[in-house]
Design a binder for this molecule. Structure first.
Ligand code: FAD
Ligand code: SIN
Length: 539
């Protein structure tokens, strides 16, 4: 338990949490909580880069037009204005922090990605995220007003009436209530709810689930982006093969060596992501029974020296899995990549709950609409994290007097059931709410999910944890930190699965990242957002 209440608690140390913590006025005492180490996050895995209209032939107006086009009618134009207009200022501040973006002849080098009308993606080879996160993490460590708590898990928001007054946290074998004048949720996306995902293990949608349980309004949860090209090798993680590879000239080919993407869209492999992902999905459905379940990315049209300069990380990972990309194409197929939906926030990153803020992939700022333009996510983390420079913090509530110290434990049998639930869930969601959805498929998945949820609810560990989470006190944890994390993430993923499936069922049309094979067209009457609060769904 921290000795003095913090003015602000930031949950998450990806690009959003780190940058927000650095932008919050330094007069405030900040606690930064992260469930792994400081530098571990999806942001750290980002490859392609950060989009910003900084080239002379580019402009915020053109960047806005591309963003709106990708968003399929659901972007909030004012939110997009803020994104594209403040992009250059945020990039300037990253350069001042020391982020080593690639340069050519003394100017920042820019690449092209799908659905961008200009070369506007800044990069640091193919490990842009690592360059950004490691620089920001260093800056955070040097700030005297920020205290970092690694391996510290947020389980729930602590609310009182209509305000957030802290976070329920597991830290060093203790579960306790940490008060704060303001809380910033920056817990990233939820790709782990799908069995096929490019996201790291920590992307379990904790912030959205915590927000939902606290009664915060959520938006557009059915819109999930499937990246077309994740490595598809038996036993390998679904490592992302960056879109920048196609931007540099790689071809997407089928088993016959044909560039099939042009059958589906005139822009071929550089069509919007949802189009390319569906093209692969449809192409594979037509395949002969003995063909493999992947297509290939052929980098051989790109000059070898260019590949070595731009994609050292991709070369190394492919080599690790026995693929020499200079000689052979890379097997790939689509995987869940980015969640457009999340906690509704306004221009100042404020949620519908007083003193609660959300930034990064957890938030629904309105900039992505139904589909995100490549490399706009890191930019959103920065621009909307930066809004916290205007934060006004209410007085911190007092820490609750620690009640009787009680213990929480788990039996081996329960631990096994918990692991089973955790491993069965993502397949159900992939089947029900993957690239191509239907009312029937979603209903089947919801039925299977109900079964998993009731198994989870009846576990004694669940009963015990829920009882503790409802009563401010201090609890000693007589279980491994990993087990409590497994319990908490499974609880969050079950909530996420419910929210995504119900939202996918709610929207009987196809738009952006949400494709319904039983309603394959976009319906103008559905050019509206899906809002969710508690058990209410409305437009
Ligand atoms: P994250 O970076 O995911 O950070 C979340 C943080 O919250 C982590 O530190 C995590 O440990 C912590 N956390 C989560 N839950 C809890 C909890 N309960 N308690 C305590 N801590 C918690 N976007 C681009 O714009 N350009 C790209 O090139 C790009 N490439 C990508 C490549 C890959 C492989 C992936 C997966 C995504 C990519 N994206 C890219 C998307 C982008 O990286 C993410 O949307 C963005 O980094 C999200 O940042 P974030 O700070 O919101 O969350
Ligand atoms: C990629 O490098 O293809 C990912 C970029 C992004 O998700 O924005």
């Amino acid at each position: 338990m921290p000795i003095v209440p913090f003015d602000v608690l930031v949950i998450g140390s990806g690009a959003a949490g780190l940058y927000a913590a650095l932008c919050i006025p330094s007069r405030y005492r900040i606690g930064l909580i992260t469930k792994d180490v400081l530098s571990q996050s999806a942001s750290d895995w980002a490859q392609g880069g950060i989009a910003a209209a900084i080239a002379p032939e580019d402009s915020p107006r053109l960047h806005k037009a591309d963003t709106l086009q990708a968003g399929a009618g659901l972007c909030d134009p004012a939110a997009v204005d803020q994104l594209v207009e403040q992009g250059a200022t945020c990039i300037k501040s990253l350069v001042e922090f020391g982020v080593p973006f690639d340069q050519e002849e003394g100017t920042l080098s820019l690449t092209l990605e799908a659905a961008h009308s200009r070369r506007r993606v800044l990069h640091a080879a193919d490990a842009t995220g690592r360059a950004v996160v490691s620089t920001l993490a260093d800056a955070v460590r040097h700030r005297s007003n920020i205290t970092v708590f690694e391996h510290t898990l947020a389980l729930d928001l602590w609310t009182e009436g209509d305000r957030c007054q802290g976070v329920i946290v597991a830290h060093e074998h203790t579960l306790s209530w940490w008060p704060a004048g303001a809380v910033v949720v920056a817990t990233g996306g939820g790709g782990q709810v799908f069995s096929q995902t490019t996201n790291p293990p920590a992307s379990t949608g904790d912030g959205v689930a915590m927000g939902w349980r606290a009664g915060v309004q959520l938006r557009d949860l059915e819109f999930f982006q499937f990246h077309p090209t994740a490595l598809k090798v038996s036993g390998a993680p679904r490592f992302l093969i960056s879109e920048a590879v196609r931007g540099e000239g790689a071809h997407l080919i089928d088993a016959a060596g044909r560039r099939f993407a042009f059958d589906y869209h005139p822009q071929g492999e550089l069509a919007p992501r949802d189009v390319v992902s569906r093209a692969i999905y449809c192409h594979l459905l037509q395949r002969e029974a003995d063909n493999p379940d992947c297509v290939w990315l052929d980098l051989r049209p790109i000059d070898d020296e260019r590949i070595k300069y731009r994609f050292p990380n991709i070369i190394a990972v492919c080599q690790r899995w026995g693929i020499d990309l200079f000689q052979q194409p890379i097997p790939v197929s689509p995987a869940a990549h980015y969640w457009m939906g999340g906690i509704i926030t306004d221009r100042h990153s404020h949620t519908t709950l007083s003193q609660l803020y959300a930034v990064g992939e957890t938030a629904s700022t309105g900039v992505h609409g139904a589909n995100r333009l490549a490399s706009n996510s890191l930019l959103e983390c920065l621009v909307y994290g930066r809004q916290l420079q205007h934060l006004q913090v209410a007085a911190s509530p007092q820490s609750p007097a620690p009640g009787v110290s009680e213990t929480i434990g788990i039996s081996p049998g329960e631990a096994e059931t918990l692991s089973q639930i955790r491993s069965e869930l993502p397949d159900i969601v992939w089947q029900g709410a993957g690239i191509s959805r239907s009312a029937e498929g979603i209903e089947t998945a919801l039925g299977q999910l109900d079964h998993l949820r009731s198994r989870f609810t009846t576990l004694p560990i669940t009963q015990r944890c829920l009882q503790c989470l409802s009563q401010p006190a201090q609890y000693t944890l007589h279980l491994e930190a990993d087990t409590l994390r497994l319990w908490s993430e499974t609880r969050n993923l079950l909530d996420l699965a419910h929210l995504i499936l119900k939202s996918a069922h709610f929207r009987p049309e196809s738009r952006g990242g949400h494709y319904r094979e039983d309603h394959p067209n976009t319906n103008e009457q559905w050019q509206v957002h899906t809002r969710v609060q508690g058990d209410q769904w409305w437009t």
